[in-house]
Design a protein around this ligand. Structure first.
Ligand code: ATP
Ligand code: MG
Length: 400
């Protein structure tokens, strides 16, 4: 796929023979920018993932052109972060983030640069990036520019900070979380000096917004090698600076277990950690609610139709995954059987509505509410058929 064509100083140059489709479809964008007289490259995670032959998501583009110049070159653009130099270019087949080469200087708050300075030189832009494997650039004809010997790190599956590790984590402590996340996603080992710096700067995570930490930890948990991520979380003691955390023991789940979704992963954290409270993590309410449901479902001892109705089969199965993964012997068919026995899965499926009863002369109010919930319970427990006549008969008997 690629060949080594030159080695000059620390910049190793090699070439992709067949650019992956994701890059090829962006080529018209790069051509336009370079025809206008600017330098332009593919950068960041997409180049890394292409080299690792992993699926590529967003293709990031870096250029010497200023945002205003990019907006002149392309008709359809959206300002998505113009103060950071990023313009979204809308093309027929997709949208591309185009970011002006920049440096980030003096992080007095340990999280966001005080100042973003546009620069004309690609090298300076690459210097601000977090890890060597995230600091590649690639030209439109597939030549890889590797200022920091990231190719060697890819080969040995090593995660190494660009430049002086201490400085990099001091500038932006989110990188501590990103480091663990990349180790988990890529199954890389963290290089010693990088790991030492992660440990010594982990306390700065206190300065990072919890929402940004959540995103990284969430990606870590869903990664194939999440155990490795948690190993580094323990090793660096970064958990001390995460709300409600303690040491999390991945060994209490069976080998090769993967979380099915974020909600399940965070439910597992709650089950593991006594003082963990999702409120501290500022997650959306719907997310918190689902997580809480999985946790309570986990503590249910036996399934019956009413419980499956209340939780829903999805939640019950997510909870059962965790039970099985922690070594509990359970019959996984039970929730499915219970679910099949249910005539309804929500109130709205009951064929008689409150309005129907009001029409028949039942006065609206708490008494009617009780009748309706009584109908629901009996249908759920299969003591009453979800049929108009049957329900009306039943209601009539009740009020007699
Ligand atoms: P992903 O696969 O999650 O998209 P990515 O490497 O593309 O991984 P992004 O967060 O999309 O990560 O960022 C794109 C690039 O920007 C990174 O590859 C890296 O070069 C740079 N970058 C992003 N966040 C930081 C950071 N906190 N510090 C330094 N460089 C960063
Ligand atoms: Mg990315």
């Amino acid at each position: 796929m690629f060949q080594l064509i030159q080695r000059s100083g620390i910049i190793i140059v090699m070439k992709f023979k067949n650019l992956p489709e994701e890059f090829r479809s962006a080529l018209p964008i790069l051509d336009k920018i370079s025809h206008a007289g600017f330098e332009v490259y593919f950068v960041g995670g997409s180049v890394r993932d292409a080299l690792l032959r992993r699926p590529i998501h967003d293709v990031d583009i870096a250029t010497s052109a200023y945002p205003a110049e990019i907006k002149q070159i392309f008709k359809r653009t959206i300002d998505i972060g113009i103060e950071h130099g990023t313009v979204l270019v809308l093309a027929a087949d997709g949208q591309y983030e185009v970011t002006t080469f920049r440096t980030e200087s003096s992080y007095t708050d340990f999280r966001r640069p005080d100042r973003v300075e546009f620069v004309s030189d690609l090298s300076e832009d690459l210097l601000r990036r977090d890890f060597t494997i995230n600091a590649f650039a690639m030209t439109s004809d597939g030549i890889i520019i590797d200022k920091f010997d990231g190719l060697s790190d890819l080969k040995t599956r090593t995660l190494r900070a660009v430049g002086k590790a201490e400085e990099r984590f001091n500038e932006d402590a989110l990188r501590v979380m990103r480091g663990m996340r990349f180790a988990a996603e890529l199954d890389f080992n963290i290089e010693e000096a990088t790991l030492t710096a992660m440990s010594s700067h982990a306390a700065l995570l206190r300065k990072i917004s919890i929402e940004r930490i959540f995103i990284e930890l969430d990606k870590l948990l869903l990664a194939e090698n999440w155990r490795k991520g948690l190993f580094y979380l323990n090793e660096t003691e970064a958990w001390k600076y995460l709300p409600g955390f303690g040491k999390v023991d991945a060994a209490c789940l069976i080998d090769r277990f993967q979380f099915k979704n974020s909600e399940q992963a965070w439910a597992w954290l709650i089950i593991q950690l006594k003082d963990f409270d999702l409120k501290d993590w500022k997650v959306p309410n719907v997310f918190a609610k689902t997580v809480k449901n999985i946790v309570s479902a986990y503590y249910e001892e036996d399934w019956d139709v009413a419980k499956i109705y209340r939780y829903g089969l999805d939640i019950a199965e997510l909870a059962d995954d965790l039970k099985v993964a922690s070594g509990q012997k359970i019959d996984r068919l039970i929730p499915i059987i219970m679910d099949r026995r249910l005539q309804i899965h929500s109130k709205s499926e009951i064929v008689i509505k409150g309005a129907d009863l009001i029409e028949l002369g039942y006065p609206p109010g708490p008494a009617l509410g009780r009748i309706l919930s009584d109908i629901e319970t009996n249908i759920v427990n299969n003591k009453l058929l979800n049929k108009k006549e049957e329900i009306l008969d039943y209601v009539e008997k009740l009020s007699r």
